[in-house]
Design a protein around this ligand. Structure first.
Ligand SMILES: NC(=O)c1ccc[n+]([C@@H]2O[C@H](COP(=O)([O-])OP(=O)(O)OC[C@H]3O[C@@H](n4cnc5c(N)ncnc54)[C@H](O)[C@@H]3O)[C@@H](O)[C@H]2O)c1
Length: 366
């Protein structure tokens, strides 16, 4: 694309970001990460001395972060249903409003390309609508009903409305990611299976696991960003691409994960619940990106699971119950801690003298 090889990765300290940043560095890019560091910067420790790390919020980013940048990759904001539903207003601000404001900032600073991490969950049709339970492509009409997917679709529209000949907006609608990342998440379906196998030797299926889900390994997803970054402008400008390796019913997925675990000496039972639960169900075609950009995902679920088991063991990501691996639990914990710190102040710093505060009513430190 452009001469400059400087890339700004917003949300680059997250699950996908940490994998993508390494790929970008390996390809010779200069990388700036801009991140609120909700989950810390530990996932970047292997590359910490090779990236410029800026901390801040996407809702109030300074233009200086964009100076000299050729392309921005926006992976920031709330990244799943439960966190979006926990605070729909913040979700809208981060996933929709900030997607636009970052694009306006980028355009004003001469950034040429903007890649936006969207989600295949905007295709969700639920289990009730069997007529729409078909393989959907980028042209399919969509009508998301969950806060997260609504905010992603709205973010796409905001970004695409700013597309012009000097500024290429590109949308990557990713399937559910799986695989190891140095900033690990155990709240994604395949990773949850692996975590449950470690903890309880059990893989749990809701609603009999009959729902479809498009999936892609996190390294394959990172490669998709590189392919889009390096593609001719005419092939990607203003385009939407699904990034999907395979679509599986969750029940088949569990069988595949179980087989892969067996080859690693781990036995797990499949435990199916059949009562209705709020579930997502959609199947998505990844044909457009493979035919237009010659991109092909190469990592199977089975290989990814085996790799995950090795790395979880090797790097000690075995504190499975740590809230940090589960976005909604971690965000609730941070909110709770903030409430307490607002009352107590930090523990070891000597506070400046101030009038004694009388607390009205009873406060629970639960
Ligand atoms: N993980 C998946 O399965 C998946 C699937 C489809 C789409 N996506 C999208 O891909 C992107 C990356 O997902 P992920 O799994 O790496 O998520 P993640 O939650 O692990 O990472 C998100 C990163 O963004 C940062 N961030 C969040 N809000 C911010 C704000 N207001 N200002 C600055 N930084 C902020 C966080 O600190 C974190 O480092 C997200 O946009 C997500 O919606 C993810």
């Amino acid at each position: 694309m452009t001469q400059s090889k400087s890339i700004l990765v917003v949300g680059g300290a997250g699950y996908l970001g940490c994998v993508l940043v390494e790929e970008l560095l390996n390809r010779g890019y200069a990388v700036t990460v801009f991140d609120r560091l909700f989950f810390g910067d530990g996932g970047l420790s292997r590359v910490r001395d090779r990236v410029r790390l800026l901390t801040g919020d996407i809702r109030s980013m300074s233009p200086t972060a964009m100076q000299g940048v050729a392309a921005i990759i926006n992976l920031g904001g709330l990244s799943n249903d439960p966190t979006a539903e926990y605070n729909p207003e913040a979700n809208h601000e981060m996933n929709t409003v900030a997607t636009r404001s970052l694009a306006e900032l980028a355009r004003s600073q001469g950034v040429r390309r903007y890649l936006y991490a969207s989600s295949c969950s905007i295709y969700d049709v639920g289990v009730v609508d069997e007529e729409r339970d078909v393989l959907l492509n980028e042209d399919a009409p969509v009508q998301p009903h969950a806060a997260y997917a609504i905010s992603k679709l709205a973010g796409e529209k905001e970004l695409l409305s700013l597309q012009d000949e000097n500024f290429s907006a590109v949308i990557l609608r990713m399937g559910t990611l799986f695989g190891f990342s140095p900033r690990m998440r155990y709240d994604l379906v395949v990773n949850t299976f692996v975590k449950d196998a470690f903890l309880r030797r059990q893989l749990n299926l809701h609603y009999g696991g009959q729902m479809w889900r498009p999936l892609v390994d996190v390294r394959d997803a990172a490669r998709a960003y590189l392919v889009v970054l390096e593609a001719e402008t005419s092939l990607v400008a203003g385009q939407i691409f699904n990034v999907v390796s395979e679509n599986y019913r969750i029940s088949e997925l569990a069988l595949r994960v179980r087989e892969a675990l067996r080859s690693k000496g781990m036995d797990a039972e499949i435990n199916a619940q059949f009562q209705y639960a709020g579930i997502r169900n959609y199947r998505v075609s990844g044909r457009k990106i493979s035919s237009r950009l010659s991109y092909k995902p190469v990592v199977s679920v089975e290989d990814s699971v085996k790799d995950m088991v090795d790395k979880i063991r090797d790097y000690g990501y075995t504190d499975f119950d740590n809230d940090r691996y589960y976005n909604i639990r971690w965000m609730k914990l941070l909110e709770h801690v903030k409430e307490l710190i607002d009352i107590t102040g930090t523990i070891f710093d000597t506070p400046a003298p101030k009038p004694v505060l009388e607390i009205q009513g009873r406060r629970e430190f639960a």
